[in-house]
Every structure is written in C-alpha cells, then in structure tokens.
Design a protein around this ligand. Structure first.
Ligand code: NAD
Length: 333
C-alpha cells in the first residue's frame, strides 16, 4: 500500500437510503477522513467519485422514492446493489438495509463475494439467526479478500462493545441486560426497523411482519398507541458475547420500548453488566446513553467507527468476518 492510498479519504458507500441510510449521509458529510461517494436503494443507485450532496439526494429520494432519480449521478436499476458494485470505486460499504427476509443480509454478502470485489463491509444486523448465517460465510469472505464486521449498530454494537469493556472488572459474568428506549416522530421514517421489531412480538415472526402492508402496520400501531413493548428479543448481542468468551448466550437479555409517534425516548437506553470480582464481590456496571442521542446517532456513529477499524485491518491483510466485540471502534475525525 503506497503512502497516497493510506492518506486519502476512505471512500464510503451506503446501501439502503431509508432512516439510517439518510442519517449516515448526514453524519459522513462533515468528516475529514471519509467521503460518501455511493448509495443504492431498491429502485436505483447514485455514484460520484468526488462525493455526493446529502440535501439533493435526500430531497429527491423523498419526492421520487429512489436516489436513481438524482441528476446527474443517479441511475435507475432493478438490481441496484450488483450494478453499483460493478462500477463504483469504494473502500467500504455500510449496509443500512432491511434484513427482510431474515436471509437478505447473507444474500448481499454472497453477492459481494461472487462479484470479486475486495474491501470492507459493516452491518447493523440484529437477529442471532441472521448473524449465524454470516458466520457460516467466514471462510468465503476471507478467500474473497473482504473484511466484514457484523453487529456494529447500537444493539448489537455500541452496547455490546460497552459490555465487553465493562466485563474486564469481573472474574465471572452473571448477566448482561440491555434495555433500549427509542423515540421516532413517525414510523414511516424507519419502516424496516419497525417491521423487524414487530416480528419480535408474540404472535408475529419475520415472515408475517415482512408481509404486512404499510396500512396493516399503521392499523397495528393504532391498537398500541404507537408503542412497541419488546421483551426477550432474539438479538445477536448474545452470540457475540458468547463467541468472545464473556458469558453464555442464555445470560444475555435484550428488551425495550419504542415510541413510533414521539422523537423523545420513552425510557433511557442502558446496559447492565453483573458479575463477581476476583475478591468475591458481586456488582453491576451500568452504561447509560444520553437521552438526547437518537437511534440514528447511536447506530451510524459506531458503524463508521467500525468501518474505520475494518479498513485498517483490511490494509494489513486481515480478512474474513469479525463481530463488533472482536475489534473496538476507532474515532472518525
Ligand atoms: P428503512 O426501511 O427506512 O430503509 C430501507 C432502505 O433499504 C430503503 O432505502 C430501501 O429502498 C432499501 N432497500 C430495500 N431493499 C433493497 C434492495 N433489495 N436493494 C437495495 N436497497 C434496498 O430501513 P431502516 O429503518 O433505516 O433500517 C435499516 C436496518 O437497520 C434494519 O435492518 C434495522 O433492523 C437495522 N437497525 C439496526 C439497529 C441496531 O442497533 N443494530 C438499530 C436500528 C435499525
């Protein structure tokens, strides 16, 4: 790797341009070390090596439903991810895509492997069973020269990493309890997040939530006053902490409260790590996020921190699949 390649800005692509994808574009714009150059959504893609304008792109997406309509760099496509991978010169992609169906993220990873593209991928995947599919691609990713970091959002992600740091005080971990509060002004801004949360409720699964029309989601939210109360979720924080040797997956629990009609968080997001110290004392560390920080800030911030880490691993020839607790995020200036 020559000096110029190391010093230039990391060229970033964002796949998916819904709630998280748009927040990602806004977060990247003032960064000195990263440049947002590409995005694909369901209807098309946009690419410009010199960087993209978030205001124009978000406005056109809002009006017409796809970044493919943005002049002059957008292209309409029915196979936008594959088409974009072929033409774009990108160091790393943030996958802000819905994992609907539950196999979608693994399919996207396979498309990257098959395309011959080399670089960095980061996701904010949530379900344990979805992460297990990615774990099975570890060797293929390694052979393909891709460094893929999974579970790099808020939970899994920021809170799982905090639990990993907190665990250092203890000789034995008894429980890791994650409780999140999310407030969003309207559910349409985060359709996939809300559908995937509904899939955790009693009587629903990924398949049934995936099939719900927007009108059905709205009718359902009407019955709960816009609130989703989630308990004992299937969240990959468990498998990540188990693989890191911190505790068994049964000792990890994740739940939360989502208000889909109010940007104010209904409860504070926190992770509690309980364990026994070497002196035999039982104690709990609590890490609580500031109530003013949004879901988008707590997902996209860590995702780009991990993307920076992944780029430095990739440049050193470290490829394959890592979870968010195997490498800690670096700060992006
Ligand atoms: P969204 O519904 O707002 O947007 C999804 C975007 O993906 C849209 O732009 C859509 O056009 C695009 N898309 C859909 N299918 C596509 C395809 N086949 N090819 C290309 N683009 C496609 O989604 P969101 O609410 O921003 O959520 C994105 C993901 O982030 C979800 O899977 C959600 O679970 C996850 N998430 C993770 C965390 C975390 O802490 N780990 C928190 C929140 C959300």
């Amino acid at each position: 790797m020559n000096r110029e390649a190391v010093n230039r800005k990391i060229r970033v692509g964002v796949l998916g341009f819904g709630g998280l994808g748009q927040a990602a574009a806004r977060i990247l714009t003032p960064k000195k070390e990263m440049l947002w150059v590409a995005t694909a959504d369901k209807g098309g893609y946009i690419y410009n090596q010199a960087g993209l304008n978030p205001d124009d792109t978000i406005a056109t997406y809002g009006k017409k439903g796809s970044v493919g309509y943005v002049e002059p760099y957008g292209t309409i496509s029915g196979d936008s991810i594959k088409d974009l991978i072929e033409i774009a010169d990108v160091d790393g992609y943030f996958l802000a895509l819905p994992n609907l169906p539950n196999t979608f993220m693994a399919e996207v990873a396979r498309s990257f492997i098959q395309s011959g593209w080399r670089g960095v991928l980061v996701d904010a995947l949530k379900r344990t069973s979805a992460m297990e599919q990615l774990l099975s691609l570890k060797e293929d990713l390694q052979k393909a020269g891709i460094t893929y970091m999974t579970g790099c959002g808020a939970t899994p992600g920021l809170l799982t990493a905090a639990a990993t740091i907190a665990a250092q005080s203890f000789s034995e971990i008894h429980s890791v309890k994650i409780t999140f509060g999310v407030g969003i002004a309207n559910w349409e801004a985060y359709r996939a997040t809300v559908r995937e949360d509904i899939a955790h409720l009693p009587g629903y699964d990924v398949e049934s939530a995936c099939k719900m029309s927007d009108a059905e989601v709205e009718a359902f939210l009407e019955t709960t006053g816009g609130i989703l109360r989630l308990e004992n979720m299937e969240h990959a924080d468990d498998i990540m902490l188990e693989l890191a040797g911190i505790c068994d997956r049964e000792q990890v629990s994740v739940g939360g409260l989502v208000d889909t009609r109010n940007p104010k968080k209904p409860i504070s997001t926190n992770v509690k790590i309980t364990g026994r110290t070497f002196e035999g004392k039982i104690s709990t560390h609590t890490f609580t996020l500031g109530d003013e920080t949004s879901m988008a800030a707590n997902v996209c911030g860590p995702a780009f921190g991990y993307l920076k880490t992944a780029v430095s691993l990739h440049r050193r020839g470290i490829h394959g699949l890592l979870t968010a607790v195997e490498a800690m995020p670096q700060f992006v200036r």
